[in-house]
Design a protein around this ligand. Structure first.
Ligand code: ADP
Ligand code: 5GP
Length: 207
């Protein structure tokens, strides 16, 4: 039973780089039904193993700026020296198709979404400590040292924003974090506002 509007929910997920947001989101997409991520546009270069159109749409700065001018982004921000944005058209399509969607975006983007989609569910992922965050960034080894230091410096600023979010998950043990993340999505799906009142009337009340 889907809700009366048939539209999916929006889960906004932010975390300092390296906290494990991508790992968690990918696991959930693989295990939960009716859940997708929104593929963002970015001017960042692809990392090894990243797939165009799956991880990101990789575009030039010129193209990105023309999309801003045309109002194509529901939110966009400069993060670690690159531009990132969520396509309004793509996001609307996914939720109109009835899918719940995870927006893996930074705190600046989350703030913009807060003003647009008042029913969004905001989740912040924290690392267990700054030491572990550094270790995870080193393990990923896809960043230069300079880029890594920039990400760590920015992490502190981002963590200060956690109170803007409805939920906080400390990503220590992966399995436990996945369970917490799943629980949030499952609970949100059971909200009375997410239920199809016509279906309940027809199949339960009138029967
Ligand atoms: P983000 O998307 O937040 O930048 P990633 O998902 O790329 O972070 O994770 C950064 C690194 O940490 C990856 O190598 C990933 O495998 C690892 N990682 C993620 N979550 C955990 C966890 N709970 N325990 C140990 N390592 C983790
Ligand atoms: P990365 O370069 O590690 O993939 O992402 C860096 C940061 O950019 C992460 O915090 C990620 O959530 C954020 N990000 C990715 N896509 C978007 C987007 O479309 N909009 C915004 N505002 N941030 C994004």
């Amino acid at each position: 039973m889907t809700k009366s509007s048939g539209r999916g929910n929006i889960f906004i997920v932010s975390a300092p780089s390296g906290a494990g947001k991508t790992t968690l989101c990918k696991r959930l997409i693989g295990t939960m039904d009716k859940l997708k991520t929104s593929v963002s546009f970015t001017t960042r270069k692809p990392r090894d193993g990243e797939v165009r159109g799956e991880d990101y749409f990789f575009v030039t700065e010129r193209k990105f700026r023309s999309m801003i001018a045309a109002g194509e982004f529901v939110e966009w921000a400069e993060v670690h020296g690159n531009l990132y944005g969520t396509s309004r058209k793509r996001l609307e399509k996914v939720i109109n198709d009835g899918y719940d969607v995870i927006l893996d975006i930074d705190t600046q983007g989350a703030r913009q979404i807060r003003n647009t989609f008042e029913n969004g569910v905001f989740i912040f992922i924290l690392p267990p400590s700054m030491t572990v965050l550094r270790e995870r960034l080193e393990k990923r080894m896809s960043n230069t040292r300079e880029d890594m230091e920039r990400r760590l410096a920015r992490a502190v600023e981002e963590i200060r924003e956690y109170k803007m979010y409805d939920y906080v998950i400390v990503n220590d043990l992966l399995r436990s974090s996945i369970r917490k993340f799943e629980s949030i999505i499952t609970a949100e799906r059971q909200r009375s506002s997410n239920k199809d009142s016509a279906w309940i009337e027809k199949n339960i009340i009138r029967r």
